[in-house]
Every structure is written in structure tokens, then in C-alpha cells.
Ligand binder design. Structure first.
Ligand code: LMR
Length: 398
């Protein structure tokens, strides 16, 4: 049965993790997979997570199933975190939330819901977008197309080209947007641009599908949800995939949530029943542990404060690293402009070098990044920034 299957190349992001782990050089620098790292290069368990985990385990008396849509306290808390405490939608019957196995699970649930409603729907993603959007969204049979997004010359958003392309989409097309910390470019939309997008989507009857995987790591918890909140409030329908991997550091626990905004309460309930059925056919129910931790943190004022402070510190560290990296690169490569790294937000930036240079960086200098030269800025450390900048200069000169 399986003898004809081709052997596949490793995943472009996860394959780098394995290559990095196998590299024994002491100078190696991991700018590949998007996980937060501290100045020792570790991805620590957040203090608030440790405390919440202790409380959850202490209270837990059973491992029986929770519920098809997951933990209701978690769904409620994530809905408030994403939409805002004071949003008109926060208590609206038009909104539902379903726990999912990570942001990936939420994206796939959303894609399956779109397919159930409209099998011929086309999802339009930014060019470029996170590599895993493609299998997650197309895997259920939806068609995928790309709209222009990144302007290499400025390191910002090619906003006019993006609006031009969206303007031409047929009604009921799906537009996938990154809430903040655009992956892979770090180029985010400004508030005014979000307003223009909201008006255009409403006018053209397009459905926004928003991926929020980095809430709190760009400008702040509320700031990073600005565009998503605007779209959810102004449009009749929206899908929002939320991940707790990065902002709670719960990567391996697979914690996420799909939030649906529907035209009315009936449609919202129908969407929920569909999602529960879809999840049942894919994995039955989401894993409990990480979601219970998040519910504990967000439901306890002191834990929530502690989490918020840790998250703020992570974000500020990334901003400091961006400044230090841009400065070091300006010194080592004086004829190139890396100033976009300071203007961009979140974990990622494009270095803007070609795939051969990326390969030389990896093979000769033990610096790992994806082939498109996406760097995870949080993977840098103050002590290796000079080495990294020097390696980039050398790889460019080779
Ligand atoms: C990344 O983009 O590196 C992260 O979102 C991790 C992943 O699963 O790809």
C-alpha cells in the first residue's frame, strides 16, 4: 500500500529545528522557528504558567472528558482577551468561541467551516504568508490565492497594491489577515490602514479571517487586537483564530481558540454546532491541560497581572534586540539598509538576503534562518549580536 509514497522534504520551519539541534558548533545561532527565547537562549515556562499549573493540578480530581467545544471558562476568557473587555460584541449572541488544538487547529477549523458553508470559496492570503497557512487552509480542499502585501524596498506594507487587489475580489471571498506581528515579514498594518480595510471588506462583502498568534508581542495586548476588533465590530461576519503558544509560552500544550462572529444568534449557534461536528471528525476534543492553565491565569487578578508583566518584558526585550541588531548590521554592512528591522514588530523580520546567502550563513557560520531570510529576532542574544552581524557581512561578501 505505502511503497509508492514519496519521501518528503522536511517542513521548511520545523526542519530547521532538527538541523540546529544536530549542529555541535558552540557559536550556533537559532533564528529559525518562531519561539521566544530569553538572553540565555532558553524558552522558559512563564512564572504565571507555573503557578496556574500548580493550582490546576491541585484542584483536578478527574481526567474525564471536558466538553466538545472545550473548556467554557477558557473560551469565555479568550473571547474577552481577543475582542476586549468593553466591546459591544463581547457579550453579543452573535459571537461563539471553540477551543482548538493551537492556532493551527483553530485555522483548520475555520477553513473547514468555510468549506462546509461554501465549498467553492477562495481564501486570499498575503504574499508572503506563514508557510503553514497553505496546508492548513488548502488541506480541506479550499482554493488559495495571494494578494500583494510586502514592499521589499521599504520593509513595510505595499498598502496601495494590497487595496487594489482586494478591491477586485468577488463578493464572499475570504481574506486572511495577520492581526499583528506579521509572519514572516514583521510588517504590520497601521490603524488608519485597518480602517480602510474594514470599509473595503464591508463594501465588497468579503469575509475576514484573522490569524492572531502573537497578541501582546507587537505593541501590546489591546494594540495588537486593534484591527481584529474593528473588523469584528464593523462587519456582519468574521472568523478569528487565536493562539496561546507564544504569548503564554504554551507551545507544546497546543492551546488555541476559534472565534466566530455571525449575522445573528441563530447563525452563530449553527456555526458552533458545525464546528463541534467538524472537530469530532478530526480529533474529537481539544487537549485540556494548557487551556485550563490559561483560564486560571485570566480568571485570577494576581496571576493575570504577573502574566501581563512577563509578556510586557518579553515584548520590550524584542524591541531592544531589534535596535541592537539593526545597529550591529549597520556597522558590519555599511552599504546595506537594515533600518526596517527597528520599524517592524513581533518576532520576525526579513533580513532581505538571497537563499544562497542564507545557506552560507547556515553552513559556514552556523546561523539558522528560513530560506526566505526570515529571522526570529527573539532568538538573538546581546552576546551574539556582534557575531551574527559579522556573519551576515561575511556571507554577503562570499
Ligand atoms: C513559526 O512561524 O516559526 C512558528 O509559528 C512555529 C511554526 O509552527 O511554524
Amino acid at each position: 500500500m505505502f511503497e509508492h509514497l514519496d519521501r518528503l522534504a522536511p517542513d521548511p520551519i520545523l526542519g530547521l529545528m532538527a538541523a540546529f539541534r544536530a549542529d555541535t558548533d558552540a557559536r550556533k545561532v537559532d533564528l529559525g522557528v518562531g519561539v521566544y527565547r530569553d538572553d540565555r537562549g532558553d524558552t522558559p515556562v512563564m512564572q504565571a504558567v507555573r503557578e496556574a499549573e500548580r493550582a490546576v493540578l491541585e484542584r483536578q480530581r478527574t481526567k474525564t472528558y471536558v466538553a466538545p467545544a472545550g473548556n467554557p471558562a477558557f473560551n469565555e476568557a479568550l473571547r474577552r482577551l481577543a475582542l476586549g473587555e468593553h466591546s459591544a460584541l463581547e457579550r453579543s449572541e452573535r459571537v461563539r468561541a471553540v477551543q482548538a488544538p493551537g492556532g493551527c487547529g483553530a485555522l483548520r477549523l475555520g477553513a473547514e467551516l468555510i468549506r462546509a458553508a461554501r465549498p467553492e470559496a477562495v481564501v486570499h492570503v498575503s504574499n508572503p504568508t506563514w508557510a503553514n497557512h497553505v496546508p492548513l487552509l488548502c488541506g480541506c480542499g479550499l482554493k488559495l490565492e495571494r494578494y500583494p502585501y510586502f514592499e521589499a524596498a521599504t520593509g513595510g506594507v505595499a498598502f496601495e497594491a494590497m487595496m487594489d487587489a482586494l478591491q477586485k475580489l468577488p463578493p464572499r471571498s475570504v481574506v486572511l489577515l495577520h492581526a499583528s506581528c506579521h509572519n514572516p515579514t514583521g510588517a504590520d498594518l497601521e490603524e488608519g490602514q485597518w480602517r480602510q480595510i474594514a470599509a473595503l471588506l464591508a463594501e465588497r462583502e468579503l469575509l475576514p479571517f484573522i490569524d492572531m498568534a502573537y497578541q501582546g508581542l507587537g505593541r501590546g495586548v489591546a494594540e495588537d487586537a486593534f484591527g481584529l476588533r474593528l473588523l469584528a465590530e464593523q462587519l456582519p461576519e468574521a472568523l478569528i483564530a487565536v493562539s496561546c503558544s507564544k504569548n503564554f509560552g504554551l507551545y507544546r500544550e497546543r492551546v488555541g481558540c476559534l472565534i466566530t462572529v455571525s449575522q445573528n444568534g441563530n447563525a452563530a449557534e449553527a456555526a458552533l454546532t458545525q464546528l463541534v461536528r467538524i472537530a469530532r471528525g478530526l480529533y474529537s476534543m481539544p487537549p485540556d491541560h494548557g487551556a485550563a492553565i490559561v483560564a486560571e491565569i485570566l480568571g485570577n487578578e494576581s496571576l493575570r497581572g504577573a502574566w501581563q508583566r512577563e509578556l510586557d518584558a518579553m515584548r520590550e526585550r524584542i524591541v531592544t534586540l531589534r535596535e541592537a541588531a539593526a545597529e550591529a548590521l549597520a556597522a558590519s554592512c555599511p552599504d546595506r539598509d537594515f533600518s526596517h528591522i527597528v520599524r517592524q514588530r513581533g518576532m520576525f523580520s526579513y533580513l532581505g538576503v538571497d537563499a544562497d546567502t542564507v545557506r552560507r550563513l547556515r553552513e559556514a557560520h552556523h546561523v539558522y534562518m528560513t530560506d526566505d531570510s526570515r529571522i526570529n529576532v527573539a532568538g538573538l542574544r546581546q552576546e551574539n549580536i556582534a557575531y551574527f552581524a559579522e556573519a551576515v557581512a561575511r556571507a554577503l561578501a562570499q
